[in-house]
Design a protein around this ligand. Structure first.
Ligand code: CA
Length: 705
């Protein structure tokens, strides 16, 4: 060497550089780049090899939400306490599952906003707001929620409420690319988490309460270029079919279904078997719900309420299994799908498990879609059972509410909804966040289906006062965490819960974690259901917890934000605090954030002057345009995140024409109904609300006597 000093300097700089590349400071930009770029197809396929991370929505491609981390046990759980919390300052529902890689967490809140968090310190790294126009909230059937992101090779993917798919730089929080996945002129929304499969990011959408046609789309994960699209229901045959699957499906529809959209939105469940090269998608309900309207001569209406298995290379259909042929109750099959290998009758089977809304727990052969077994996991009266030969339901005579209203169980909320289950391969049990609840379904008196593309159109009536098929069992109203044996198809244990709207589930080691509507994060013994720990978080919980490990310490994180479809109408806690991410570990005893106490409000007391028929008209309009968010008119309770109007101030009522018909609260998320409601309509709605307030005051007086 001619110049040893220069050589030494070069050597040292290489040392520094090498050191920087291999050991960047945790939480630094370099660290984020490094750990997120390493999340590739291979890592996602072998996600269970790194239990310290939680790499995708369902934890792995089986979507089993089981973590082998077992530091937290029945014997030490008493010392589980708050490590940190982050107040997101949001108001609406949080349904998201966080994703974690080497202590870096990505989670979503209301309005599809993405948060990157350093989970070592409990510090916010960046926020990405896709700036969803707040007026879009009226197209969201079930709150402005989002269930989470996907992560792949340095990009974070979020589906936005207004139908975009956005890829964000995982280190900087800056947008890398964005595609529009829907026709924004229609009432499509995205609340589900994308999944990345075979280098493609897969995203569905919702809107089957509003008259859309469902589909799922695959985009190249790095470039955002569309790869394929699978429609779930056929369009107008005169326009030609997109695929053989649609041609086949069209034979199961009658009338002019395409006029109604058809539905079948794939708004949540996906799972993937890399060995079989099959992507499983859960398909939603019919649009409108009532089959008599959308397909008047009957028919199975494929692929509504089905599980479809697609080739992820090209989106072609490999097989389907329809849980609810001729769907007419909003019985989606979009609920969580879990893949497992079980021994059934002495033979190893590759199965797919689902507890869709219709109340039956299904075990299906995931290689070919063959029916294996199904038994009711909650009270069911729409069908007597599932025919073991055909795999089809044996419907009861009153189930399609032909000539009268029928009390049917489960309700449109389902025996189980989007709240994720968990499956523990350790003890073979599936944990279902279920509910016992039915409702009235009926034919509309006269044909009242109208389509403005922006409000609920179910084509069904929910009036209990009409002549009904009664069933007191369908009047149950409570939640149930069920431990289910999928081989024996029976309940092993269950915990009854006061509210029917509880959170998703996590299975870790020997413990099951679940949040409740009453605001508690609860731990149960996985084998017995014994409650072993609980922690009060003041606000109702709907999102599922996750677990991960940093520096040999196991953490539990639970996002809390009350809402979702039932959460818009009811609450089960005194307080509704802002959206907050809470993280727990053994030996920690952090303090809860000190949120201001909310005070009770008085029911509004204003004079009004309206004829009975104006009040009835006001009620109809209220139920159509207001109740999905503000709650069911005659029961002044409210979910606490959106105002219950019977408690609104006289100042609000003084401005009601401008609020409802002038869009002055658009930025708060209140839509402008000016193109659909005139001044006299708004006056009828106002008087209807005031008449409910009067009834509420009178009821109070009676109660006080
Ligand atoms: Ca639905």
């Amino acid at each position: 060497m001619k110049n040893p000093i220069k050589h030494l300097a070069a050597f040292v700089s290489i040392l520094i550089l090498t050191n920087c590349v291999t050991e960047p400071e945790k939480g630094s930009m370099e660290h984020l780049v490094k750990v997120t770029e390493q999340v590739n197809t291979e890592r996602l396929i072998s996600a269970d090899a790194t239990p310290e991370d939680w790499l995708s929505y369902g934890k792995n491609y089986n979507e089993d939400r089981f973590s082998p981390l077992d530091q937290i046990t029945k014997s030490n759980i008493d010392s589980l306490g708050l490590a940190w919390s982050i107040n997101l300052g949001t108001k609406r529902g949080i349904e998201a599952t966080p994703i974690v890689v080497d202590g870096i967490m990505y989670v979503t809140g209301p309005w599809s906003i993405v948060y990157a968090i350093d989970a070592r310190k409990g510090e916010l790294l960046w926020t990405y707001d896709p700036e969803v126009p707040k007026g879009y909230g009226e197209k969201a059937c079930c709150d402005v929620v989002n269930r989470g992101v996907a992560l792949y090779q340095g990009l974070v993917y979020v589906g936005t409420l207004d139908g975009r798919l956005v890829a964000i730089n995982a280190a900087t929080g800056e947008k890398t690319w964005e595609v529009l996945t829907v026709d924004q002129g229609k009432a499509f929304t995205i609340t589900g988490a994308p999944r990345v499969v075979d280098g493609k990011v897969i995203i569905g959408n919702g809107g089957a309460e509003y008259g859309v046609r469902g589909y799922i789309t695959a985009y190249d994960a790095l470039s955002g270029v569309q790869d394929w699209r699978f429609y779930t229901v056929p369009g107008n045959p005169a326009d030609g079919f997109e695929s053989k699957a649609m041609e086949k499906a069209a034979k199961t529809w009658t009338g002019e279904w395409w006029q109604y959209g058809g539905g079948g939105t794939a708004w949540d469940a996906m799972a993937y078997d890399p060995e079989l090269n099959l992507l499983y998608i859960g398909v939603g309900n019919g649009s409108p719900w009532n089959r008599d309207i959308r397909s008047p001569e009957g028919g199975d209406n494929l692929y509504l309420s089905s599980i479809v298995a697609l080739n992820p290379k090209d989106g072609s259909l490999k097989w389907h299994y329809q849980t609810t042929p001729g769907e007419t109750w909003d019985y989606t099959a979009t609920q969580h799908i879990i893949l497992a290998d079980l021994e059934i009758n002495g033979a190893p089977r590759k199965v797919l498990m689902q507890a869709p809304k219709n109340g039956f727990f299904y075990v299906i052969d995931r290689t070919n879609g063959q029916f294996i077994s199904a038994e009711p996991y909650v009270y069911v009266n729409w069908a007597e059972g599932i025919d073991k030969e055909t795999g089809r339901p044996i419907e009861t005579s009153f189930s399609r509410y032909p000539n009268m209203n029928s009390e049917i169980a489960p309700s449109a909320l389902g025996g189980h909804n989007w709240q994720p289950m968990a499956y523990s391969p350790a003890n073979g049990l599936v944990y279902i966040p279920a509910r016992e609840m039915g409702m009235y379904y009926g034919q509309p008196n006269k044909f009242t289906y109208t389509d403005d593309g922006r409000s609920w159109n179910t084509g069904s009536e929910f009036n209990a006062s009409k002549k009904v098929h009664e069933d007191p069992m369908a009047r149950q109203f409570f939640g149930k965490l069920i431990a289910w044996d999928p081989i024996e198809q029976k309940e092993v244990w269950s915990v009854k819960q006061p509210s029917p709207w509880n959170a998703g589930v996590l299975a870790t080691g020997e413990i099951i974690f679940q949040g409740t509507s009453e605001g508690d994060l609860v731990a149960y013994d996985a084998n017995t259901g014994e409650k072993v720990w609980s922690y009060p978080l003041e606000t109702g919980i709907i999102a599922p917890p996750i677990t991960y490990e940093i520096d040999d310490v196991q953490y539990i994180t639970i996002p809390v934000g009350w809402g979702g479809v039932l959460g818009l109408w009811m609450k089960f806690t005194e307080q509704i605090n802002p959206g907050t991410i809470y993280t727990f570990a053994l030996g920690k005893n952090g303090q809860l954030p000190n949120f201001p106490k909310q005070t009770a409000k008085e029911v509004v007391n204003l004079d009004f002057d309206a004829m009975e028929e104006e009040l009835q008209h006001g009620e109809q309009l209220y139920l159509r345009y207001c109740s999905a968010c503000h709650g069911g008119g005659d029961k002044p309770v409210g979910g606490g995140t959106i105002p219950d109007l019977t408690y609104s101030s006289p100042e609000i009522f003084a401005q009601i024409t401008q609020i409802v018909g002038g869009g002055i609260f658009l930025e708060k998320g209140m839509p402008n109904f000016g193109d659909r409601l005139d001044e006299s309509d708004i006056s009828d709605i106002k008087n209807y609300i005031l008449s409910n307030a009067k009834k509420a005051r009178e009821a109070q007086i009676v109660a006080n006597k």
